[in-house]
Design a protein around this ligand. Structure first.
Ligand code: ZN
Length: 333
């Protein structure tokens, strides 16, 4: 007997339009228990959290309402004077994930001058291993996520030349599986989040020629469930953040039309919280900025009119990528 598909059922009264004003309220108030934006944001969210919240606000055309100077100063203070990396919050060790988030925020604000760029470059370079892979910090965990973070950070700083790109490409290529997908390391299971990281990496390094385009696109469209939502791996429940990882991957591959955009849109809109605003992973769950930015970004890729265009490779507003004259590779027919 076939095992039943794990999925969710959308309620009749689920929201079908975007709750624009509610989301703005949600993003502005998230984590605040004082009138100080920095206090609330950093206590609960740290630098990557700031990136999710601020990108979501920017996609809703509301960045002007964020305390820009406060945020820039905060990131500047999170840059470790010794290694050059950026930490999650003051007093923590730097990490590549937060280094990318910090650089993304400053790029959005056009304030990369606020940090010591050469020190960031030196930090990223120090994390590359002899096999081309990257660790996330000095503790040495290797993961293809960090290959993406490294080239995304360096390309935003216009210093991709600082690392051995050919060797980095070889490592990512060695993580490709028979199904066309990618895992965190060689021989690791394919996973939509890591597929996005590897495709993003190959998009930035202009090496999408290495990808098994249609085999991978097929695996990605099989992530769509009857509810319209997308999961990250076979046998898993749908989740709004996977709408982003899968959809951006299909966009990079030029195969966005291989899934039902209408059904997916319906699923994402049903994950909005009608009372507080924000998006949750699944309908009825508690919303958070992480699922909110990826819900909005996915709706942007699906052509939702009220949301600014997002770049599928960087998950940043397209106008920022254009003004920085970056042109990550995208496959088109
Ligand atoms: Zn999720």
């Amino acid at each position: 007997m076939a095992t039943p598909i794990k999925d969710v059922i959308l309620k009749e009264n689920a929201p079908v339009t975007i709750l624009f004003d509610k989301h703005i309220e949600f993003l502005r108030d998230y984590g605040k228990d004082d009138n100080n934006f920095e206090f609330g944001m950093t206590d609960y969210l740290r630098v990557s959290g700031m990136y999710w919240g601020l990108t979501a606000l920017e996609l809703l055309d509301q960045t002007h309402s964020s305390p820009q100077e406060e945020i820039v100063t905060y990131i500047k203070n999170c840059q470790d004077p010794e290694t050059g990396g950026i930490s999650a919050c003051l007093g923590h060790d730097p990490h590549l994930l937060h280094t990318l988030s910090g650089v993304q925020i400053l790029a959005m604000y056009d304030r990369l001058d606020a940090i010591d760029v050469e020190a960031v470059v030196k930090y990223v370079k120090s994390l590359q291993q002899p096999d081309g892979s990257f660790t996330g910090d000095k503790w040495g965990e290797v993961d293809t996520r960090f290959s993406f973070c490294a080239v995304a950070t360096l390309s935003l700083l216009k210093r991709l030349d600082a690392v051995d790109v050919d060797n980095a490409v070889k490592f990512v290529e060695s993580c490709m599986n028979f199904d066309g997908g990618f895992g965190s390391r060689p021989l690791s299971e394919s996973h939509a989040g890591l597929i996005y990281c590897c495709l993003g990496f190959l998009s930035i390094t202009h090496r999408l020629d290495l990808v098994k385009r249609d085999v991978l696109a097929w695996w990605l469209c099989e992530r769509q469930l009857p509810s319209g939502g997308l999961n990250g791996r076979p046998e898993k429940l749908p989740d709004v953040c996977y709408s982003w990882w899968v959809l951006s991957s299909l966009t990079i591959l030029g195969r966005l039309h291989w899934i039902s955009g209408e059904k997916l849109k319906k699923f994402i809109l049903a994950c909005q919280d009608t009372e507080t605003g924000g998006f949750a992973d699944r309908p009825g769950d508690v919303p958070d900025p992480y699922h909110t930015v990826f819900g909005l970004a996915a709706l942007s890729l699906l052509g939702q009119a009220e949301i600014k265009n997002v770049n599928p490779t960087y998950c940043m507003p397209q106008h920022v990528i254009d003004s920085m004259q970056l042109s990550p590779q995208i496959l088109r027919d």
